[in-house]
Design a protein around this ligand. Sequence first.
Ligand code: FMN
Length: 249
Amino acid sequence: MSYQSHIKHTGRNEKNQRMRFHFMSLKTDILRSGRRFAMNLVIFSCSPRPENKSNTALMVDAFKNGAESAGGNLVEVYYLYRRNEWDNFKRVFEKSGDIIFAMPLFAECIPEVFMEFLECLEPKESEDRTKIGFILQGGFKEAHQLKAVESYFEEVPSYLNCDYSGTLVKGSTFALSLGSDHIRKEKLRTFFEMGGRYVKEGVFDRSAVSYFNTKDKHSYMFGVFSSPCLLIEKAAWKVITKINLAKEA
Ligand SMILES: Cc1cc2nc3c(=O)[nH]c(=O)nc-3n(C[C@H](O)[C@H](O)[C@H](O)COP(=O)(O)O)c2cc1C
């Protein structure tokens, strides 16, 4: 089916359809090329925090275990906060054919460390197309902020002469590092499963993996109950500011 007739057939939003068509073709190519069970995947973990304090690192670890458990795959993880290793990371980027950048959202922005690293990279010249995917996670449940970043990610691989292989989006991650090992493992189970799925399918198919545990907006009742908390928070910040100004004077 041609791209145009595919859009006409389903009659949905054009951009979504374009991406879906892209994923379907990519998935078909991967299955045809026989790379299904032997992916050498490189993941750059882009939190500015070290791995023993980072939720992104926990997710990446679960994803890696899931991918390697799927058989025959090798996953290497590099932590971008280690700036003194960037020369090596650039070489790794250059020679890898399957790459994922995983990162949190801070104050509705993607980490500076990722943007800086991106600026150091040269577009690839090789004819073998490199696939780049993303894992994006945030502490809040609302998906609006995550969706804006996802749109940007769709463009990024083309700057580097690579193909986009989708974004896995996860909200509500604030409390991930809390609780027992068992509870944490349970929370990370979806990442384990997605790791296995990604190395088989070669893409994060939007319909299957995006926006798990996110909401577009909070409910009306959430607004009603959270309003008093916001007033209390505002009053508390006023007091804290006064105390700090008094200390400085
Ligand atoms: C200063 C600060 C700002 C944050 N801003 C956002 C935000 O805008 N949206 C969001 O969903 N989560 C936000 N979070 C939550 C983080 O995205 C979340 O805790 C994430 O899991 C941190 O990942 P890391 O531990 O790998 O750095 C913020 C956290 C902090 C400390």
